[in-house]
Ligand binder design. Structure first.
Ligand code: ATR
Length: 279
């Protein structure tokens, strides 16, 4: 590092568990880019100041993580893509000569992970999404955007599932969105993919996020959780011989797309990041 080192980072709270510094710094090093990536713990009340600091210190790029992905939209100058505006959450900010541009790379990162890890294309497919929080919102928007025919939502708190259904219907009226009231109702449906977008599975004592016996045997399973690398849900999927993958692919995918927006470097970045994560 020297007086020309460009600064990047991630802001969130909590942040000390974040793997983003590890994977971005691995890519900077491997590609010989003079830059550093740090993690900043930022409270909600200081979010605006963090964006002012980004301008003042000419921080080139930031990732935004929980709980700031929605509020962050209020502090950028522009959200260039329609899809990111309708999702209403950003995870990446590009500082283009003092003008702050907001993007959501979780969406293409998720779709890329389905493609790379499961060889799965959501077009014309029926997909069951578990959860109705911020992560589930990104997932259902990505699936609808990619042309899924039918999206089922199952959530512990049914009112939140209805909220997400309504929100999606306004933006994608052509996509059929159904609420699943109980896991066994999945038995009557032809579901091609299950996506766990809840935090169930992150704690050692968590049960499997869904009972896979209610899904057809061809249905694949994608779990956004990456720590532990094999949740109980994924263990069952593996034992049943289903195609399955954890959230590491999405983590690397969204990071590589952010990296591309900041540096213009795209080739091989996802792979460098995946290797850093697997170490
Ligand atoms: P995020 O932005 O990461 O999605 P969130 O908005 O807090 O975080 O949402 C967490 C999601 O995980 C919710 O769908 C939550 O279900 P509720 O809406 O019923 O709270 C779900 N979730 C968390 N722990 C869970 C558990 N042990 N079993 C089932 N669902 C769980």
């Amino acid at each position: 590092m020297d007086s020309r080192t460009a600064l990047y980072g991630v802001i969130g709270n909590p942040i000390r568990h974040s793997l983003s510094p590890k994977i971005h710094n691995a890519a900077f090093q491997k590609l010989s880019i003079n830059a550093a990536y740090l993690a900043f713990q930022v409270d909600k009340e200081f979010l605006g100041l963090a964006f002012e600091a980004m301008r003042a210190l000419q921080i080139k790029g930031l990732n935004i993580t929980l709980p700031h992905k929605e509020d962050a939209i209020n502090f950028v100058d522009e959200v260039p893509t329609d899809l990111d505006r309708c999702i209403g959450a950003i995870n990446t900010v590009v500082n283009r000569d003092g003008r702050l541009l907001g993007y959501n790379t979780d969406v293409p990162g998720f779709l890329g992970a389905l493609r790379e890890e499961l060889q799965f294309n959501p077009e014309t497919k029926s997909i069951l999404v578990l959860g109705a929080g911020g992560a589930a919102r990104g997932v259902v928007f990505a699936l609808a955007h990619a042309g899924a025919d039918k999206i089922y939502i199952f959530n512990r708190t049914i009112e939140r599932a209805h909220g997400l259904q309504g929100y999606l219907k306004t933006h994608f009226p052509e996509t059929e969105v159904k609420i699943l009231h109980s896991p066994e109702h999945a038995k009557d449906e032809k579901i091609h993919l299950l996506v766990n977008a809840t935090s169930c599975g992150m704690r050692a004592e968590d049960p499997a996020a869904f009972d896979l016996q209610f899904l057809k045997k061809e249905a694949a399973v994608y779990d956004l959780v990456y720590s532990p690398t094999e949740t109980l849900l994924l263990k069952k999927a593996r034992e049943q011989g289903r195609r399955h993958a954890n959230g590491l692919g999405m983590l690397a995918g969204q990071a590589a797309i952010s990296f591309g927006l900041w540096t213009g470097q795209k080739e091989g970045v996802r792979q460098i990041m995946l290797e850093a994560l697997r170490q």
